[in-house]
Every structure is written in C-alpha cells, then in structure tokens.
Design a protein around this ligand. Structure first.
Ligand code: ZN
Length: 348
C-alpha cells in the first residue's frame, strides 16, 4: 500500500488513557491523538466517547500497538525495525515533527532512508544562496521524474513564505531548507578540503526532513552509500520530540536565532535558547571556545602535533557534554583515529 492509498482514518493514531490521578474516571477511555503540544510536553487527544479534547502526558497514554506504523513509512525509500517507536504528527506551532512513542536507547537505529532528490552545487556557487539557471533545471528534472505521491509529500515540506514563487524557484527553496550533506557537525570548508576537492551532494529525505530543530538535538545521522541512518544520540523518553540541529554547534545564540529565523522562518524555543541570561552567556562562551578549538584542529594535524590533536579532541567532547549534546562528531573521531594511529596507540 502506498501512502496515497491510506485514508485519513487509517493514518490516525489511537490511544487509551491510563494511570490518570486527577480524573480517574477517564482511565480506560479511548481517543484519537490529534497533535503534540511541545510547550506543555503533552498530546492533544480527542475522546471517542464525547468528542471532547484534553491534553495528556505520554506516560498516561497507551498507544495502539500493531497497526500504528506511520503512513510516512509506507514507502520503499524507508526501512525501519522500529516502525512503532515513533510517529510523524502535527506539533503545535512547528508544523509537523517526529515524536517518540516508545523509550529509545542511545545508539538505536530508527530508520534508514534513500533521498528523493540529490544535488551537488558547483564549487563556484557553493556558498551562494542564489542558484545558477542550469542548476535549477537539473533539480527540476529530478523532481519531474518523481511519482505523484512523492511530489505531493515534497510540496508538503514547502514553506508558506515561498508559495508565490515560480514552482522551480519554490523547489530550490524547499530543497535548500530541507536537504543536508553527508557530514554532520562539519563545516562545508572541511568537506571541500577532502581529497577529491569536489563538494559532496546535498540530499533531501522525505521522512528525515520532518525532524525539527533543537540547539540540543537528541538524534544523529550518518550518511553512507547514499542512504541516511537516523539514530538516537542519547536515551529518549516516550513522548519526546525527535530533533536534529540545523546549524553548527559552534554558533552563539544570537547567530543561531538570526539564521534560523532568516533561513528557516522560526524562532528557536529549545532548552538552550530558553536558558536564563547568565546561563545562556555561559553556553555561548563554551560554544565560542568550541569554535576556536575546532578551527585549530586541521592546523594541529598539518603540524603533526598529535598529542595536541588528542587533547583538543578531548576538550571538544567535554564542551559538547557540558552543553548536553551527545550527537556524533565524525570529523573529530577521524582526527582522534589518525592521531592515535600516529602515536602508535590502539583505540581504547
Ligand atoms: Zn535553540
């Protein structure tokens, strides 16, 4: 069955209320889960009995089991052993997002997905927001070859701000804000520096693009062989929203807000951006220090200062831990591996 064949009723997520202390008469009642309310950290549920709505914590909901696999997963592009563990749903104030319906352990692979669009920016335009007409044609040709169902899902990622653009331009904007390259937490310059000298392709994944942003994300990704694997970067509770970071860890909150508002059109209300001013200043200082250290790494490598490379990597991991971010840093791991090899130490 393809997702276009699924009716609204079939895609709805149902749950039974349990363990409510304040209104025990509701325990055992069934209802439809309408959306996630991030500010309250609750789900909005419409009761089957009288159509009334109430907001309920994940711990007080027993989600229906066998048939709750997401409509977004009914596609050959996604494979998942944990299809019942998460769900794409409306997240109040943030469009759609992905919510954990089960407890996830650090390192759990959630899904593997192949891209719907893939595009390599010519080196001379790589840092330019405007696209060459020939590039636009290449992207539009890929889009034109897609099944109607995929086209529909792709347009559902488009921002309302771009709806008056000509379709090829709207496609470019949708691609630019929803795609990513193979390296997580790595600067474009580092990727361009790689042995081939050419830039890596950016890819758009329909399900993965549903992950919303947090400056303290709980999911990591790894791109290998043209597929993305999304995994839990730390233990995740039932009822938590799954998140990625859309922006480099090393930026302070002012810069992050500027980019997130300018490029993605939202104000970040994540736990880091919501810190009281004095703690936010400390967070910014740590991230600026990370920026300086991260910048040093290629220079230390060039100078063959391997002990210093290891020291710097350890400091980078320590800063990330202090910031509550446990997502992967393949760029740093690569430096550590190389330094250990050069120093003749075996890894762990
Ligand atoms: Zn934030």
């Amino acid at each position: 069955m393809t997702s276009s064949q699924l009716t609204e009723a079939q895609t709805g997520l149902e749950a039974t209320i349990e363990g409510l202390q304040s209104r025990p008469e509701l325990n055992g009642a069934r209802g439809k889960v309408l959306k996630f309310l991030p500010e309250k950290n609750r789900f909005q549920v419409r009761l089957a009995s009288d159509e009334s709505c109430l907001s309920v914590k994940a711990t007080n909901l027993q989600f229906e089991g066998a048939d709750r696999a997401d409509a977004e997963l009914q596609t050959s592009r996604v494979t998942s052993d944990r299809a019942n563990a998460f769900r794409v749903m409306e997240v109040e104030g943030r469009g759609k997002g992905v919510i954990a319906l089960e407890m996830l352990k650090k390192g759990d692979a959630l899904w593997v997905e192949t891209p719907v669009l893939s595009h390599c920016r010519p080196a001379q335009f790589a840092n330019s927001p405007s696209w060459d007409p020939e590039e636009i044609v290449r992207l539009w040709d890929q889009f034109s070859a897609l099944a109607e169902n995929d086209k529909g899902r792709l347009w559902s990622l488009a921002s309302k701000n771009n709806q008056f653009l000509p379709p090829p331009q709207e496609l470019v904007q949708t691609f630019a804000t929803n795609s990513f390259g193979p390296e997580e937490n790595t600067r474009m310059a580092d990727v361009a520096d790689a042995s081939t000298g050419s830039l890596a392709s950016d890819m758009l994944f329909l399900l993965t693009a549903r992950l919303n942003h947090s400056c303290r994300p709980n999911c990591s990704r790894r791109v290998t062989g043209g597929k993305v694997t999304v995994f839990a970067a730390r233990d995740i509770e039932k009822g938590e929203e799954l998140t990625f970071s859309y922006i480099g860890f090393w930026h302070d909150h002012r810069f992050r807000q500027q980019v997130l508002q300018g490029n993605y059109g939202f104000v970040c209300k994540c736990p880091v951006c919501g810190l009281p001013p004095s703690e936010l200043a400390e967070s910014d200082a740590r991230r600026r220090r990370f920026d300086r250290l991260d910048d040093e790494l290629p220079k230390l490598r060039k100078a063959k200062l391997w002990k210093k490379v290891l020291q710097t990597c350890a400091e980078l991991w320590a800063i990330r831990k202090e910031e509550g971010d446990e997502t992967s840093m393949f760029f740093v791991e690569e430096h550590e591996r190389l330094a250990r090899e050069k120093l003749g130490k075996s890894k762990k």
